[in-house]
Design a protein around this ligand. Sequence first.
Ligand code: SF4
Length: 310
Amino acid sequence: MILQDYIKLSIAELQKIVNEEKRRANAIILAHNYTRPEIQQLADYIGDSLDLSRKAACSNDDVIVFCGVMFMAETAKILSPYRLVLTPEPNAGCPLAAGATMEDVIEMRRRYPEHVFIAYVNTTAEVKASVDICCTSANAVAVVRSVGESPVVFLPDRNLGSYVQRKLRKNNMILWGGGCYVHQFISLEDIELARKEFPGWKIIVHPECPPDVAESADLVASTGGMFRWVADHNEPVLLGTEIGMIERITREMPEKQVKALKENAVCSNMKQITLAKLARTLKERIFEVKLDDEIISMAQKSLKRMIEID
Ligand code: SF4
């Protein structure tokens, strides 16, 4: 059946296909925090990309279906190389990840042979394979701190790199020029308006937001950090991140007062993962994530170094 055939089905029919095929394939469904609510509701786990891949690696399921953009599905494959990893929309890319290629890294390494290359996990498998250590938004400060006085090239998110640099007062860091269009456009004006409209509410923003936004917020945290903060506090809070995260928290903790700092902070790449595509992928077992063995082995080293520090 082609995608159009699935699109014609009702939500209940699509959910039935997903649940039946999941059982038949002994599959685990992983959904990133920024995916559509109907995807998250069918997932075994919801979370950030690395956490999900680590959960899948610890599971016994034969098939991993990763609902997220391509670099995330690749990370699942790197951590579970002998399992079948599928992704419902292989064309769902991430402009941030696309902003740094393996060739770029090789060229930079030639220019800065003394530097330690640290890549945010929002990078392709090839880039992970070309750097020394990976990091997440939650552990970036700890990972950079771990290399001591060594000079660093940090990629690809400039805002996250700048946040780490400010936290550690580390001057010998070269920051890549990339950015996430969703977080990049959360502005100081959004914070000022929110302070007027919601006096007394806490404001927590993602470190991919611009430096002035991060400096004006009450707290800077990864999506995992935001989730934990809301779980542990009863104060009303505005979250500066993609709206899928707010939808998840509202669904899972309905008693909490949580709103989006910017309601149109939407990652259109993530929203390409639809219920019809998920049903089709599971039913037809299509869109397998395939990576070169050498890339997997080299990328595993960068991820392993990070996990040892974490
Ligand atoms: S939210 Fe930003 S970093 Fe995440 S997938 Fe979308 S564009 Fe990429």
